[in-house]
Design a protein around this ligand. Structure first.
Ligand SMILES: Cc1ncc(COP(=O)(O)O)c(C=O)c1O
Length: 387
């Protein structure tokens, strides 16, 4: 005990994001003169698409960047709404779009607007760690629902009903394609899960940040099946704009005004320049599909080569840019294993406990968002190290 009257709040005691800790360790190795192949963070290596950069340059000429409406500039909200017609054949009113500072802010707003402290929220594990950490910081109870080969690698309606019967759930959050798994829910599986949640009065939050990055199957939007769902998306992944901190949500009517009020108070608005630039992101399909073709080639290389190296058990890699692989052949401690892999093979990857605190010690995540050369180098290094 320090005896001090000052201390951090209990709610701030969230877990560190291990992927970022690995990134730091990899940076230290590079500073010491070693070459590291980065497979730890999920971020596109490609720059923002050309029309986005051109729009940003034009905005810079004007030079006036201001607060915008809390829900975003009209042109971007309308462009995003039109995207739902083009990509999914679904009509959405621009008034239901909220532009956010990355999907990360979208989750914050959604949790604050839809739930009260103490509410129970179901998450599929393995899953993205920030959901769990943010929910915890906001005083919400996380209900982990374990997915595996037995459940077809996804949360089923039966699993949701069982958790709700144990004690009522207020919400459920699903990502398809998922992180760390890349697994895509079949459109029928998504529909029945969404409809089950609607029937039970459980607010469905759909993280669609990896839409556009699908190699097998179809990623359907939850919007099609639910009046009360919150859809969260972002320009970070498919659109290669992580650092621009810009994303969006499609909101049910009843949450538009609450989210607007919270956004006004939480961060006023998303960055003006990023909003003006993002309008052009939807005109860059050819360029972005070329980037995606690079991920597809990386994915194929890993699927071909990893099994022979000993990583032969992984979730279906249908989308996103991750392989979530078992390390059981080599170790029961993936934190130690990834540390040694970085030190001895010079390949950085993220240990499973980031995504699944119960079972993650036997798993790890490779990101294949890097270049083809990086992937080939990683495979060669891992083959030598483990061979
Ligand atoms: C599943 C998932 N959701 C949300 C995010 C947050 O992304 P951003 O805030 O850049 O939109 C990430 C980032 O890796 C992610 O993997």
């Amino acid at each position: 005990m320090s005896g001090s009257k000052f201390h951090a709040s209990r709610r701030s005691a969230v877990d560190p994001f291990l992927a970022m800790e690995v990134l730091k360790a990899a940076g230290d190795r590079e500073a010491a003169g070693h070459h590291v192949v980065h497979m730890e963070v999920g971020q596109p290596g490609a720059p923002a698409p050309r029309p986005v950069l051109a729009a940003a340059r034009a905005a810079l000429k004007d030079g006036r960047f201001r607060y915008t409406d809390a829900l975003g500039i009209r042109a971007l909200r309308e462009r995003i709404a039109a995207h739902y017609g083009e990509a999914y054949g679904t009509e959405v009113a621009a008034d239901r779009i909220a532009v956010t500072t990355g999907s990360s802010a979208g989750f914050n707003l959604a949790f604050l607007a839809a739930f009260d402290p103490g509410n129970r929220i179901a998450l599929a594990t393995p899953g993205y760690p920030a959901y769990r950490n943010l929910l915890g910081a906001l005083g919400l109870e996380v209900v982990n629902i374990e997915t595996s080969a037995d459940s077809g690698y996804v949360m089923t309606p039966e699993m949701l009903v069982a958790a709700h019967e144990r004690a009522p759930l207020a919400g459920v959050l699903i990502a398809s394609p998922g992180n760390p798994t890349g697994t895509v829910m079949h459109p029928d599986a998504l529909r029945t899960l969404v409809q089950t949640a609607e029937r039970l009065g459980i607010r469905f939050i759909s993280d669609e940040i990896y839409h556009g990055l699908v190699y097998a199957g179809i990623a359907e939007t939850a919007l099609k099946h639910a009046r009360h769902a919150i859809v969260v998306n972002s320009f970070s992944k498919y659109y290669c704009m992580t650092g621009w901190r810009i994303g969006w949500m499609v909101l049910p009517e009843d949450l538009v005004r609450p989210i607007e009020r919270i956004a006004q108070n939480l961060y006023i608005s998303a960055p003006d320049i990023s909003q003006r630039a993002a309008v052009a992101a939807f005109d860059a399909t050819e360029e972005l599909e070329a980037v995606k073709a690079g991920y597809a080639a990386n994915r194929q290389l890993l699927l071909d080569k990893l099994p022979a190296i000993g990583f032969d058990d992984f979730f279906p890699v249908d989308g996103a840019f991750y392989v979530y692989a078992s390390v059981r052949r080599f170790s029961n401690d993936s934190v130690d294993f990834t540390r040694r892999m970085l030190d001895e093979a010079g390949v950085a990857a993220t240990p499973g406990p980031d995504f699944d605190r119960e079972r993650g010690h036997a798993w790890m995540r490779f990101s294949f968002a890097g270049t083809g050369e990086d992937m080939a180098e990683a495979v060669a290094r891992l083959g030598r190290w483990l061979g």
